[in-house]
Design a protein around this ligand. Structure first.
Ligand code: ADP
Ligand code: AMP
Length: 216
């Protein structure tokens, strides 16, 4: 089951990926998470990615495609994967088709989580993540029981550096409209696009996604 989660920043891709993982045994591959790990570790790739992430821009295709190719070649992807935040450009989508084609595989479903732009800004600026287990909370929509502390592992909750500056958040939304939204047509033409209304309770959103993935 080769699945892509698509949608603007703040749409709820990471949140839904957590639900999907409990129902379908496929690895969750978030390019944003991979880049954040590389930044924290200070690897050469992380140092390069950081300048783009801090500005709310896309990391160049050649870097991103290389990272994903390497990840998809790992054993745990043999039965499928859940890509989150990739592809984000047409060249990335084409590269993915090429890699999968060489393995005799294809994209089975692209879940496009749709949320009005007016909601996204508040979703991103209120997002906090557990430093240890990476659980995502929202200060208003899904707050932790105790401020600043993860409900699951008591880890520290932190705000992403690219979520705390309005200009960067706005740029990420603009970049999505300019470079990524077009991929909905790309996958519609391939007959695998599933549009889901993401402006509802997380459990309702997941119910629709689960029903769509069960049909694959
Ligand atoms: P993405 O991975 O698409 O950038 P996230 O899953 O991190 O988005 O969600 C962004 C923020 O919105 C988080 O703070 C999350 O808790 C919150 N959120 C996600 N889905 C919903 C929803 N359906 N309703 C309200 N808030 C949500
Ligand atoms: P995300 O966690 O998906 O919101 O991604 C955070 C940041 O990582 C983005 O704003 C980009 O700078 C970078 N990034 C993540 N995925 C990609 C991708 N597929 N292509 C280019 N840059 C990416």
């Amino acid at each position: 089951m080769n699945v892509i989660l698509m949608g603007p920043p703040g749409a709820g891709k990471g949140t839904q990926a957590e639900f999907i993982k409990t129902a379908f045994p496929i690895p969750h591959i978030s390019t944003g998470d991979m880049f954040r790990v590389a930044v924290a570790e200070g690897t050469p790739m992380g140092i390069k990615a950081k300048e783009f992430m801090d500005a709310g821009k896309l990391v160049p295709d050649e870097v991103t495609i290389g990272v994903v190719k390497e990840r998809l070649a790992k054993d745990d992807c043999a039965q499928g994967f859940l890509l989150d935040g990739f592809p984000r450009t047409v060249p990335q989508a084409e590269a993915l088709d090429e890699v999968l084609g060489a393995m005799g595989r294809q994209v089975d479903a692209v879940v496009d989580i749709q949320v009005p732009a007016s909601i996204l800004l508040e979703r991103m600026t209120g997002r906090v993540t557990c430093k240890a287990c990476k659980t995502v909370y929202h200060l208003k929509f899904s707050p932790p029981a105790q401020a600043g502390v993860c409900d699951h592992c008591q880890g520290e909750l932190v705000q992403r550096s690219d979520d705390n500056e309005i200009a960067v958040v706005e740029n990420r939304l603009k970049v999505y409209e300019e470079q990524t939204a077009i991929l909905a047509d790309y996958y519609k033409n391939q007959g695998c696009l599933v549009a889901v209304d993401g402006n509802r309770d997380t459990k309702e959103v997941f119910a629709d996604i689960k029903a769509a993935l069960e049909k694959i």
